[in-house]
Design a protein around this ligand. Structure first.
Ligand code: SF4
Length: 224
């Protein structure tokens, strides 16, 4: 499997924020978000080809009970099902982080789905139409939410983005307590600026606010 990076950190977002976790970041993505914070897995994919045994050995080198399989888009990575099965056999808690555009029968304890809103669509002509067509796949989202313990995380740039969130949450009949809104931004100043009004919107709507602790602590760096 092509792995962009594998590191030990704390979970920075969502319901398991703060939990020490090993992150396995696959390289390759079917989307091209304008504000992608891991372009080395999408716009300019990089990485090293590792055998499953090598990945498992690297995971075992860290004292973590939690593992996060992320990307890129891990659901399109070859051997992703086998990887999750083998992680499960080691007794690890597995979170899979996906944009929810592709269904693959992985094994996991938490399906962390981050559907991409219209604010993600790039201007770049080669990707604009494809990204826009792919970014929301209602049948895939419904299947993931039906099969797994899930959370829905949305990246918010403007208050207007809430219209799209509301409509999607209603059409999917999602539990609002599992819906988390995070400010878009790659530095703590921007996160704070957007976080202040976003927290008010969460209070008004009954959605959860999610911080992005890794950005606050370490900024836009790899391996954190
Ligand atoms: S889905 Fe994730 S990895 Fe893919 S382009 Fe968007 S932000 Fe980047």
């Amino acid at each position: 499997m092509r792995i962009a990076e594998l590191f030990y950190s704390i979970q920075g977002e969502g319901g398991l924020v703060g939990v020490p976790s090993v992150f396995i970041r696959t390289s390759g993505c079917n989307l091209r978000c304008a504000w992608c914070d891991t372009p080395y897995t999408s716009w300019q994919p990089e990485g090293t080809d590792l055998e499953l045994n090598q990945i498992l050995d690297e995971v075992a080198a860290h004292p973590a009970r939690h593992v996060v399989v992320t990307g890129g888009e891990p659901m399109i990575a070859p051997d992703i099902v086998a990887l999750t099965e083998r992680l499960r056999r080691r007794g690890l808690h597995i979170t899979v982080e996906t944009a929810g555009t592709v269904f693959t029968p992985v094994v996991c304890d938490l399906m962390s789905i981050s559907p991409k809103l219209a604010n993600s669509t790039p201007d770049e002509p080669r990707w604009k139409e494809r990204h826009e067509r792919l970014r929301i796949q209602p049948a895939v989202l419904a299947e993931l939410m039906g099969r797994y313990e899930y959370q829905l995380k949305f990246v918010i740039q403007r208050a207007d983005d809430l219209n799209e969130v509301r409509s999607l949450v209603e059409s999917l009949s999602a539990d609002r307590e599992r819906v988390m809104l995070m400010p878009e931004g790659t530095d703590s100043e921007r996160l704070r600026e957007r976080g202040v009004w976003l927290a008010e919107l969460c209070k008004a709507e009954g959605f959860r606010f999610s911080p992005r602790v890794h950005v606050d602590l370490w900024g836009a760096r790899r391996g954190v």
